[in-house]
Design a protein around this ligand. Structure first.
Ligand SMILES: [Zn+2]
Length: 201
């Protein structure tokens, strides 16, 4: 008996279908063949393993069990799935999105020069350049947005510069305060404070 014949007899033996004379033949081969003995041991172990798992004998049932053990196909949208898995990160990213959205709309608001004040008759405006000539006085507050203000004269109030720049000559005199405002930064800190106070409850 060769090893191939031995292997096929082993399967019959494990199935309980091995007749007396064939069983004797197989036994004879196993006594002299170490590799077939090892093979049979492994078959027996596998057989024992399969038997130890009830309801796994029928191939159809096994397929069902394997299928049910596999991860379910993800029909739900990955977005909601992600939110469920990362609630904290989701809140943060939604906040960022909202923040960015407001930020962009604010940023794109108006880029045109805006000059506000009660007394603008002595002011020279060229493009986005605002000029208070030396010897001239602006009565009250002066607000300049999206531009550069050059003051050589006097401002009899506050100078508010929003999203712009300013320069004061040695002859300049500002009676009130100079208030530079960066809308993006102000708005950002306003939002952060608002959010922190909300989070703090
Ligand atoms: Zn053999």
């Amino acid at each position: 008996m060769n090893c191939n014949e031995s292997l096929s007899l082993m399967h019959e033996y494990l199935d309980g279908d091995l007749a007396g004379p064939e069983a004797a033949e197989l036994k004879k081969h196993l006594l002299v063949c170490a590799s077939c003995r090892t093979a049979l041991k492994q078959f027996e172990r596998t057989e024992a393993l399969v038997r130890s798992m009830p309801r796994m004998n029928a191939p159809d049932d096994m397929t069902d069990r394997i299928m049910s053990a596999l991860p379910k196909p993800k029909r739900r949208s990955t977005w909601t799935h992600w939110i469920r898995r990362h609630p904290a990160a989701s809140v943060a990213s939604v906040f960022l999105l909202v923040m960015l959205g407001s930020f962009m709309s604010l940023w794109n608001d108006d880029k045109d020069l805006m000059v506000k004040g009660n007394d603008l008759q002595n002011i020279v405006i060229q493009g986005d350049y605002v000029y208070v000539p030396a010897g001239q006085t602006v009565h009250g507050n002066l607000l300049v947005q999206n531009g550069h203000i050059q003051v050589d004269g006097n401002v009899d109030g506050n100078l508010v510069v929003i999203d712009g720049s300013y320069n004061l000559a040695s002859t300049a005199h500002i009676a009130g305060k100079i208030v530079p405002v960066d809308r993006a930064i102000s708005w950002f800190w306003y939002k952060v404070n608002e959010w922190i106070s909300l989070a703090a409850g």
